[in-house]
Design a protein around this ligand. Structure first.
Ligand SMILES: Nc1ncnc2c1ncn2[C@@H]1O[C@H](COP(=O)(O)OP(=O)(O)OP(=O)(O)O)[C@@H](O)[C@H]1O
Length: 252
């Protein structure tokens, strides 16, 4: 495996009586796609939220290239090169497609962007390249709210691309995409991988997982039950039973 860029150790977080994440140790590697797979409620999104600073961990640590990130705010984690997408996309729905992507290139506050006109032009170039790569150039002036479902998913990906991060945390980015869109999405991931981006993908569609990922971390009840190459993990009958809701009953 190539260089480890992000590592969590024993991350844990409870909500009241629910132990959503119960000691997750996970590594992401440059140029590799790690799929986070597991049944509903396994703790996948919460794990992302703990890494990105959207939620505080009760215990455990995380580091990016050796730098501890626990306690940092989401924007500080983003500055360390982490871009993240959400299941509900969180677009600026009443802004245009281009404005949405431009916002993802901003490096300081919305009111003060360093570098003046030259930096602004560089950000615009990056935004245009991201629109091109996601097939959204013709829709650049449309409002996000007027886009079709797949176009919104690609807008979310264009924001990730424009951020020029080298760690991507993607929460169900391919869900609901038709085959042609999935192929386009797969190409985006492959191109990013070739550039050395470390990608973590939450994905329920196991065909997509097999097609796009190099490794799987299988989560259940807040714990990583197994890690390894997709073919091996997905052949394990015990994991399949958990994934498909046919969990063996615990002894009384
Ligand atoms: N903010 C919250 N408040 C209370 N409980 C929460 C909160 N966020 C998550 N949970 C609970 O924590 C557990 C893990 O949720 P999480 O969303 O991380 O799972 P997931 O693996 O991403 O699920 P899915 O595949 O359905 O998106 C679930 O039982 C969920 O109900």
């Amino acid at each position: 495996m190539t260089q480890e860029v992000l590592r969590t150790e024993s991350l844990a977080r409870a909500f009241g009586g629910v132990q959503a994440v119960a000691g997750v140790s996970l590594s992401l590697y440059a140029g590799a796609v790690t799929a986070l797979v597991g049944p509903n409620g396994a703790g996948k999104t919460t794990t992302f939220n703990l890494i990105t600073g959207n939620l505080r961990a009760d215990s455990g640590t995380a580091q990016i290239r050796g730098k501890p990130i626990m306690g940092l705010k989401p924007w500080q984690v983003a500055r360390l090169g982490v871009a993240r997408s959400f299941q509900d996309l969180r677009l600026f729905t009443h802004m245009t497609v281009r404005e949405n992507v431009l916002a993802a290139t901003e490096t300081a506050s919305w009111f003060w962007q360093p570098g003046g006109r030259v930096a602004r032009r560089q950000r615009e170039t990056r935004a245009d390249a991201a629109l091109d790569a996601t097939g959204l150039t013709a829709l650049a002036d449309a409002r996000a709210v007027d886009l079709a479902y797949a176009e919104r998913k690609f807008l979310s990906m264009a924001r990730i691309l424009a951020a020029q991060a080298d760690i991507w945390l993607l929460d169900e980015p391919a869900s609901g995409l038709d085959l042609a869109s999935r192929i386009r999405f797969g190409q985006l991931l492959k191109d990013a991988q070739a550039r050395g981006v470390a990608i973590c993908l939450i994905e329920h569609n196991l065909d997509v997982v097999v097609e796009l990922s190099n490794r799987i971390a299988f989560l259940d009840q807040g714990k990583v039950l197994a890690e390894g190459d997709p073919q091996t993990i997905l052949k394990d009958p015990a994991l399949a039973a958990i994934y498909f809701g046919d969990r063996p009953q615990e002894a009384a």
